[in-house]
Design a protein around this ligand. Structure first.
Ligand code: F6R
Length: 241
């Protein structure tokens, strides 16, 4: 496992964009695993910028997002599908048939989860991007998730609901269930990059990198992954030995 500590969020975005660029330049039809939330926003801006400067083409790139809220349609402003459109997809030359997210309003979310997992296994993810929950979650694999888990429906932890309440207005419905890739799904990716910014993530970073491998900190499973890079800022790194 490699840990890169940088000063500014902008440097984190650029370093991570370098890894994305390298992956796509080596393989024009690379399969990327993507995340939402506040952490990757600067990275997506950097990727759009590099696309506009013609340093990158997404023409043949395929993407799979980590997760989607159960109960939100793709056009709902709080859905992760909408987030991806607003922050990345609408600015780049990616084909909509190549972008995949779980369908949050599938009639049968159990079958939707199984089929999503099967599609990921069929394509194989070359580079998986992750953020980190303040409770150590990756995707929506909350503490106590099985380290071998596959794509499935998860109930969000109270901590996650509180952390994400900042994205919802007071009178707005906030989902408590999500379809998420499992920890086993994430571990199947050839390369993983996890980004973490700010002191709120410091305890989870310490547990993930230096703690025991445990379902209490789902990100600690990455210690067993053969090619994982953590790119974090000094605040998130403050408890590392
Ligand atoms: C998002 C996801 C989550 C977030 C995590 C951190 O697709 O799967 O695991 O990466 O909750 O969120 P932010 O970046 O908002 O702190």
């Amino acid at each position: 496992m490699e840990v890169i500590i940088l000063k500014e969020p902008q440097q984190i975005a650029k370093k991570c964009a370098d890894i994305f660029q390298e992956t796509i330049c080596q393989k024009h039809n690379a399969v990327l695993g993507l995340a939402t939330g506040s952490t990757p926003i600067l990275l997506y801006r950097e990727l759009v910028d590099r696309y506009q400067k013609q340093l990158l083409s997404f023409e043949n790139v395929v993407t799979f997002n980590l997760d989607e809220y159960v109960g939100l349609a793709p056009e709902h402003p709080q859905s992760y599908s909408y987030f991806m459109q607003q922050h990345l997809f609408k600015y780049i030359n990616i084909s909509s048939k190549n972008t995949h997210l779980p369908n949050g309003i599938a009639q049968n979310p159990i079958r939707e989860s199984r089929e999503y997992e099967e599609k990921i296994r069929e394509y194989g993810i070359d580079l998986q991007l992750l953020g980190l929950g303040s409770n150590g979650h990756i995707g929506f694999n909350e503490p106590t998730s099985s380290l071998g888990s596959q794509t499935r429906i998860k109930t969000l932890a109270q901590q996650t609901i509180e952390d994400n309440s900042r994205f919802f207005s007071a009178d707005e419905f906030q989902p408590t269930l999500a379809i998420t890739m499992g920890i086993g799904t994430i571990m199947f990716a050839k390369r993983v990059v996890l980004l973490a910014i700010g002191e709120k993530k410091a305890r989870a970073i310490q547990q993930a990198i230096e703690g025991p491998i445990s379902a209490w900190c789902p990100a600690s499973a990455l210690q067993m992954h053969p090619h994982t890079t953590f790119i974090i800022d000094e605040e998130a790194a403050q408890f590392l030995q």
